[in-house]
Write a protein that binds this ligand. Structure first.
Ligand SMILES: Cc1cc2nc3c(=O)[nH]c(=O)nc-3n(C[C@H](O)[C@H](O)[C@H](O)COP(=O)(O)OP(=O)(O)OC[C@H]3O[C@@H](n4cnc5c(N)ncnc54)[C@H](O)[C@@H]3O)c2cc1C
Length: 463
């Protein structure tokens, strides 16, 4: 591709203590946490609302926030506050009331106990309220396009606003773009996908209303015996209908079953089934192909549900995501890296900023049909160390959410929304403390950070 140099004077539009880029689960919590610590915070989000995958991607439910035995709620802090606030406006069901092997969990048992069904629309509003109450300056319709650095500092962002390019100055920056866009633009080291550079497949979520859930339950009950895989982990909801549709030429997709998650309303389901391979979520052209293919698959899946699945006869397609769901892109290299072994051995390092017990869930690892799903030993959890958020080359940059420093399988565990929110809260708190104490983020006293997080409702001991 040929290149040219473009030079232009642009306005120094904004200046803040901390700039958070991306208002998804991680960015929302990072911005609120930093502002509550007294920092001036600006949040930059390319969409017209917060929530990221939870709103634009229509991804639901919030995956489990409990230990792997489903006995104790481990992920609390701002995640718990958000859930309580959603419940107060009729926008969520408390995870303690949600059992596994039910419509809420796609009838899956292991690793899916106590998920949190929620309404995307309620989340948009509650997110605005939490940010406004905390005093965060919100900037929607604004996309990060580049960053300037000086030595070990990020100094300035270049953003694309509706009115054109502008710059944002801040003393510290938190990259919550999911893709590590800021860290990559600043020159931080990263890997992409798994050891072979392959990224998990993408999925276009959609919601369906008018479902007779009791009929779906009855069909599942009838087929219960051929439902579970040997190891007790089930991905095969409704595979008996998919097989029939395939035989009749009504199913051309490379999936053998349906991921269906009941929402807050009894007749509404989120469908997590389409599979779009080889999409690079960091590239517009590739994303465009993914959106078009994703919507095409949604049409086929919905037609299948209506024709074959008892309970879906009178259903209607409500909406597909306004963006395709991207599970994996960059993993930004940190001063520590979360590894598959540390997760499966349930290690809790002394500098953990979050405890979680989410299973390793890597889709399409060996091809379109396969998933790798490894649960954490019963009743156990693992810790996410502070250094996974801190790129070694920078003194004032943190990353939070699915792009923290983790190998592919470890990222496949902590990429779900409750841990991303917990990591966001830790990053926001850390950035505000580092500014108040005038220290390099790489040198922050993690014990003091842990004390502050604990005081703010984060659970850092599992006893
Ligand atoms: C298909 C699929 C199914 C999933 N299923 C579940 C599930 O059932 N339960 C669960 O808990 N999790 C699930 N997940 C995982 C979860 O949704 C995401 O991993 C999680 O939302 C990541 O949070 P995040 O804040 O890191 O990133 P995101 O949610 O991606 O948020 C990033 C935000 O940054 C913004 N942004 C990105 N780039 C820029 C830029 N350059 N400038 C400005 N803004 C930018 C985006 O618009 C977005 O708002 C699923 C994910 C996918 C894709």
């Amino acid at each position: 591709m040929s290149e040219f140099t473009y030079s232009k004077k642009i306005p120094e539009a904004f200046e803040s203590d901390i700039a958070v880029i991306g208002g998804g689960p991680a960015g929302l919590c990072a911005a609120v946490a930093a502002a509550r610590e007294g920092a001036r915070v600006i949040l930059i989000e390319k969409n017209a609302f917060c929530g990221g995958m939870a709103t634009a991607g229509m991804v639901a439910p919030f995956m489990t926030c409990y230990d792997s035995g489903g006995n104790k709620m481990l992920i609390r802090g701002l995640f718990e506050e958000l859930v309580e606030r959603l419940i107060a406006v009729g926008g969520a069901i408390h995870p303690s009331k949600v059992e596994s092997k039910t419509a809420f969990t796609s009838y899956i048992d292991k690793g899916h106990v106590h998920v949190t069904p929620f309404k995307a629309e309620a989340l948009k509003i509650v997110a605005d309220e939490m940010l406004r109450e905390a005093g965060v300056k919100i900037l929607y319709h604004t996309q990060l396009v580049d960053a300037e650095t000086e030595g070990d500092k990020v100094t300035r962002l270049i953003v694309a606003m509706k009115e054109g390019l502008a710059s944002v100055r801040a003393k510290a920056f938190i990259d919550c773009t999911g893709d590590g866009d800021l860290a990559a633009a600043a020159g931080a080291a990263y890997s992409v996908g798994n050891a072979q550079g392959k990224m998990q497949p993408a999925t276009m979520f959609f919601t369906v209303g008018g479902v007779d859930t009791k009929k779906v339950d009855a069909d599942i009950e009838k087929n219960w015996d051929n439902f579970y895989r040997k190891d007790g982990v089930n991905y095969r909801s409704l595979h008996w209908w998919v097989a029939k549709a395939k035989e009749a030429g009504d199913w051309t997709l490379d999936r053998v079953s349906i991921g269906l998650f009941r929402g807050v309303e009894e007749d509404e389901f989120s469908i997590n089934t389409s599979r779009v391979m080889h999409i690079d979520g960091t590239k517009s052209e590739s994303l465009t192909e993914g959106e078009i293919e994703g919507r095409k698959q949604v049409r086929e899946i919905f037609a299948f549900l209506k024709k074959y699945v008892p309970g879906f006869e009178n259903s209607r397609l409500i909406l597909s995501g306004s963006t395709i769901g991207i599970r994996e892109t960059r993993h930004i290299e940190g001063i520590r890296t979360l590894t598959t072994d540390s997760i499966l051995n349930c290690e809790v390092p002394e500098d953990s900023i979050l405890l979680a017990a989410n299973s390793v869930d890597v889709h399409g690892k060996y091809g379109p049909k396969s998933n790798e799903y490894i649960t954490i030993p019963e009743g156990k959890c693992y810790g996410i160390p502070y250094g996974t958020m801190i790129p070694p080359a920078f003194s004032n940059l943190a990353v939070a959410g699915r792009c923290i420093s983790a190998d592919c399988e470890a990222a496949g565990a902590i990429r779900v929304m409750p841990p991303c929110m917990g990591i966001g809260q830790a990053a926001g708190t850390a950035a505000a403390m580092a500014l108040a104490e005038n220290v390099d983020l790489r040198q922050l006293n993690v014990n003091r950070l842990r004390k502050k997080l604990t005081a703010n409702g984060v659970m850092l001991e599992n006893e």
